[in-house]
Design a protein around this ligand. Structure first.
Ligand SMILES: Cc1cc2nc3c(=O)[nH]c(=O)nc-3n(C[C@H](O)[C@H](O)[C@H](O)COP(=O)(O)OP(=O)(O)OC[C@H]3O[C@@H](n4cnc5c(N)ncnc54)[C@H](O)[C@@H]3O)c2cc1C
Length: 507
C-alpha cells in the first residue's frame, strides 16, 4: 500500500463533505469555462480540463475500497458525487458512471485480489479509466446471444469478436469484455464470462475500426471495436454461480444508481427553468405566473423529489455487499422512470425557454440529445417495461391472485402506494397480455413503485410539500396510463400502405 502516491490516508483524511464541495467547485469552474468556448459544440472526446483539473481530485477514489487506497466504496457517497457531476455535465456524470458501475464495482466484487491492486493503483495515481463491452452489431437487446467467443489454454483465454457502442471506446485503459465459451465442436455455451482487458499489454490491444458520430454526449467516444486478444487466466472475473449472475447483479446495481444521474440532471433543468421563467416577461407578466408554466415547473420539481426518493432507497440497498441479481422489478422500475423523467425534463426546459434553447450550446437543447440514449442503453426502456410486467404477472400467478389491487397491497414495492390508487387498480388482470399492454402495464407499475419510494421518503425529514406534490403528480400520471392500458386497440402497421393512400388521388 505504501506505493500509492495518493495514499489511503491522504484521500480519506479529507472528510467526504469537504471532498465533495471541492469537487463540485472544480466541476462548476471547469464546465463554466467550457461553456464559454466552442468546446461543448465542436469538440469530441474527454476535454483536457476534465482530465487535468477534475480527475486529479480523484473522484473515482470514492468507488475504490479503503484497503486499496480509495475512500471506501460507499454507495451513498457515489450517489451524491454522481448527482453533483450530472448537475454540471451529463456526459461527465456518465463517464463516472461507466467507470464505477460498469467497471470498478464488478471488478471489486468479482476480480481476483491479485489483479485488483495494480488496477486500483492506476485509477488513483494515474487517473486511468475502464469501461464495459457487451453490445455487438447484431446483438444489442439480444445480448445473451452475443457471438464474441473465447477459448482457453493453460495460461490464457483467447477472445475474438466485434463490440460496438462501448462508452470510452479507444480511450479507456481497461475493459471488461464479455464473451461465450466456444466448445470443441465450435458451439458457444449459453453462459457468458467477463474478462479484464488491460490495453497497456501488447497481447490485449483492442482495435477501433471506426469512431461513431454519436448524436450527443460528445465527450464520450463511441465506436466499433475488433476484439482479438489474449488475456491471462487471472484476469477472468470469478462468478459466485455463473456469468449471467454477474451480469444481472452488475446491471441491476447500475440501474439502481441511475436516479442519481437523473437527480443532478433534473435539478439543473429545473433550476434553469425556474430562473428563466422568473426573468422572462410575456404579455406584460412574468412567465412564471402562467398556469401551464406552473404545471411544467411543478412536474419538473416532482421529478426531483422522485429521484431523491429512489436515491434514498438505493443508498441503503444497492451496496456491493448485496447480490442484486434477482432485483429486476425495482432496478428496472428505477432505470425506466428515471430516464423517462430526464428526457421529459429536458423537453420541458426547451419548451419553456423557446427558440433560444434550440441550440446544442444551450443546456436544455443539449439535454434533450444527451439524455435520450439513457432510454436505450443498459436495457431499452420498452423491453425493461415489459420485463417489469412479466415479473409482476409471474408473482401474481405464483400467489394465485388476479386482482391487481389485492396483489399490490401485499407487494414490498407497492404496498402503501396501492392504497392511494385502490379505486383505479381494483380490477382483475389477465395473465395473457399482448406486448404493447405489457409495456403500458410496466409503466404503471414503475410509477406505483415511485410513489412507494416517495412515501418512504416522507417518513424522513424531507420536505412535506415536495412529497405531496410528487405523489399527486404521479397519481395523475397513473390515472392517464391506466386509461391508455384499458383502451389500447390492437392496430397493426399496414406495410403496403402506399396504394390508395395519397390524399390528392382519392377524388
Ligand atoms: C450512448 C450509448 C451508450 C452505450 N454504452 C454502452 C456501453 O458502455 N457498453 C455496451 O456494451 N453497450 C453500450 N451501448 C449499447 C446499448 O446497450 C444498446 O444500444 C442497447 O442494448 C440496444 O441495442 P441495439 O442498439 O442493438 O438495439 P436493438 O437491440 O436493435 O433494439 C432496438 C429497439 O428495438 C426494440 N426492441 C428490441 N427488442 C425488442 C423486443 N424483444 N420486443 C419489443 N421491442 C424490442 C426496442 O425499442 C429497442 O430499443 C450504448 C448505446 C448508446 C446509444
Amino acid at each position: 500500500m505504501s506505493s500509492f502516491n495518493a495514499s489511503s490516508e491522504n484521500l480519506s483524511s479529507v472528510p467526504f463533505p469537504i471532498f465533495l464541495e471541492n469537487l463540485k467547485a472544480k466541476m462548476q469552474k471547469v464546465y463554466g469555462e467550457l461553456a464559454n468556448t466552442d468546446y461543448l459544440t465542436t469538440k469530441r472526446g474527454v476535454p483536457n480540463a476534465v482530465l487535468d483539473e477534475i480527475m486529479t481530485l480523484h473522484p473515482l477514489s470514492v468507488i475504490i475500497p479503503k484497503e486499496f487506497g480509495g475512500r471506501g466504496s460507499r454507495i451513498d457517497e457515489n450517489l451524491l458525487m454522481t448527482s453533483a457531476a450530472a448537475y454540471e455535465s451529463l456526459a461527465f456524470s456518465l463517464t463516472l458512471g461507466i467507470n464505477s458501475a460498469l467497471f470498478l464495482q464488478p471488478v471489486i466484487k468479482y476480480a481476483k485480489p491479485e489483479v485488483k491492486k495494480t488496477i486500483f493503483e492506476g485509477f488513483i495515481n494515474d487517473t486511468k479509466m475502464g469501461g464495459l463491452m457487451i453490445t455487438e452489431p447484431n446483438f444489442g437487446s439480444d445480448a445473451l446471444n452475443m457471438q464474441t467467443f473465447f477459448t482457453k489454454n493453460e495460461s490464457h483465454f483467447k477472445l475474438k469478436g466485434t463490440k460496438h457502442w462501448a462508452g470510452l471506446t479507444g480511450f479507456a485503459n481497461y475493459w471488461l469484455l464479455t464473451a461465450r465459451e466456444q466448445t470443441e465442436n465450435g458451439q458457444l455455451k449459453r453462459d457468458l464470462d467477463f474478462f479484464i482487458c488491460d490495453t497497456s499489454d501488447s497481447d490485449q490491444q483492442i482495435v477501433v475500426e471506426e469512431y461513431f458520430d454519436n448524436l450527443g454526449l460528445h465527450h464520450i467516444p463511441y465506436g466499433r471495436n475488433i476484439i482479438d486478444v489474449k488475456i491471462p487466466k487471472i484476469q477472468r472475473l470469478e462468478p459466485k454461480t455463473n456469468g449471467i449472475n454477474i451480469l444481472l447483479d452488475t446491471l441491476h446495481r447500475s440501474r439502481l444508481q441511475f436516479p442519481a444521474m437523473g437527480l443532478g440532471f433534473i435539478q439543473r433543468m429545473m433550476d434553469e427553468a425556474i430562473t428563466h421563467c422568473k426573468q422572462r416577461s410575456i404579455g406584460g407578466k412574468s412567465l412564471v405566473q402562467y398556469d401551464q408554466v406552473q404545471y411544467r415547473l411543478a412536474r419538473l420539481q416532482s421529478y426531483f423529489t422522485i429521484c431523491s426518493a429512489m436515491c434514498a432507497y438505493s443508498s441503503e440497498n444497492a451496496g456491493l455487499e448485496n447480490d442484486l441479481s434477482t432485483c429486476g422489478i425495482e432496478a428496472n422500475s428505477f432505470k425506466t422512470i428515471a430516464t423517462d423523467m430526464m428526457q421529459d425534463a429536458a423537453q420541458s426546459l426547451v419548451q419553456l425557454v423557446g427558440a433560444k434553447a434550440y441550440r446544442y450550446s444551450h443546456i436544455g437543447g443539449r439535454g434533450i440529445i444527451d439524455s435520450r440514449p439513457f432510454q436505450i442503453f443498459e436495457g431499452s426502456n420498452d423491453i425493461l417495461y415489459a420485463q417489469i410486467s412479466e415479473g409482476i404477472l409471474k408473482l401474481m400467478k405464483q400467489s394465485h391472485e388476479n386482482n391487481l389491487y389485492k396483489f399490490l397491497k401485499g407487494f414490498r414495492f407497492t404496498k402503501h402506494a396501492s392504497s392511494l390508487l385502490k379505486e383505479i387498480i381494483n380490477f382483475e388482470l389477465s395473465n395473457q397480455l399482448p406486448q404493447r399492454k405489457l409495456i403500458e402495464f410496466g409503466k404503471i407499475i414503475s410509477r406505483i413503485v415511485a410513489i412507494e419510494m416517495v412515501l418512504e421518503l416522507s417518513e424522513s425529514k424531507f420536505r412535506n410539500d415536495l412529497i405531496s406534490n410528487a405523489t399527486s403528480m404521479l397519481q395523475t400520471e397513473i390515472y392517464g396510463l391506466i386509461g391508455n392500458f384499458k383502451q389500447m386497440e390492437y392496430t397493426n402497421v399496414i406495410e403496403d400502405y402506399k396504394e390508395n393512400s395519397s390524399w390528392h388521388n382519392i377524388f
